[in-house]
Ligand binder design. Structure first.
Ligand code: GDP
Ligand code: MG
Length: 175
C-alpha cells in the first residue's frame, strides 16, 4: 500500500544471465515468496509485477524475465528499452556463468540507459561446497562496473529480500 505523501515509482527491471543460474527462481522468490525445485525452464513471455513499500517510496516493479532468449548473445532492444534497473545473475558453482555475466554487463553498457541501477547477483550461495567463483572476484568486477554486488540463494532465500530492497532504495534515490 502506498503511504500518504509517499513517492510512487514505476520501474522496469530486466533480468539477465546464463540459463540455469536461477533468474526465474529469484523473481519467483520476490513475487511469490516461494522456491520451486526442478523449475520448468521458462518458455515464452515472462512478465511479473510486484509492489515494494519502502520508507523512501513505493516501488512498482515491472519485471522482465528472459524466456530462453538468454541462449543468444544479445536480446532485442525492446527488452532493455526504458529499463530503470537490471539484475545480472550468475551461479557461484559455475565459472562459465560468471564469464557470461561479464558479457551481459558489456551488453548492458551498450544497450541500457546510462543511469540504470545494476546489480551483480551471485546466486546459489547454498552451493558453497561446489563454489568456483570467489566472492572477491564478483565484488571486484561489480566495483569496476558501477554495480552493487550481492550473494543470494533463491533456494534458501538468503539475501533475496535484501537484493530487491537495495534495488528499490537506489531507484528511490535516483527518482
Ligand atoms: P533460469 O534459467 O536462470 O531462469 O534458472 P531457474 O530459475 O529456472 O533455475 C535453474 C535451476 O537451478 C532450477 O533447478 C532451480 O531449482 C535451481 N536453482 C535456482 N536458484 C537456486 C539456488 O539459489 N540454489 C540452488 N541450489 N539451486 C537453485
Ligand atoms: Mg528462467
Amino acid at each position: 500500500m502506498a503511504r500518504p505523501g509517499n513517492k510512487i515509482i514505476q520501474a522496469k527491471l530486466v533480468v539477465l544471465g546464463d540459463m540455469g543460474t536461477g533468474k526465474t527462481s529469484l523473481v519467483l522468490r520476490f513475487v511469490k515468496g516461494q522456491f520451486v525445485d526442478h523449475q520448468e525452464p521458462t518458455i515464452g513471455a515472462a512478465f511479473f509485477t510486484q509492489i515494494l513499500s519502502l520508507a523512501e517510496a513505493t516501488v512498482k516493479f515491472d519485471i522482465w524475465d528472459t524466456a530462453g532468449q538468454e541462449r543468444y548473445h544479445s536480446l532485442a532492444p525492446m527488452y532493455y528499452r526504458g529499463a530503470a534497473a537490471a539484475l545480472v545473475v550468475y551461479d557461484i558453482s559455475s565459472m562459465d556463468t560468471f564469464t557470461r555475466a561479464k558479457q551481459w554487463v558489456q551488453e548492458l553498457h551498450r544497450q541500457g540507459n546510462k543511469n540504470m541501477v545494476m546489480a551483480l547477483v551471485a546466486n546459489k550461495s547454498d552451493l558453497d561446497a561446489k563454489r568456483e567463483v570467489k566472492t572477491e572476484e564478483g565484488e571486484k568486477f561489480s566495483q569496476e562496473n558501477g554495480m552493487f554486488f550481492i550473494e543470494t540463494s533463491a533456494k534458501t532465500a538468503h539475501n533475496t529480500g535484501e537484493l530487491f530492497h537495495e534495488i528499490g532504495k537506489r531507484l528511490a534515490r535516483a527518482a
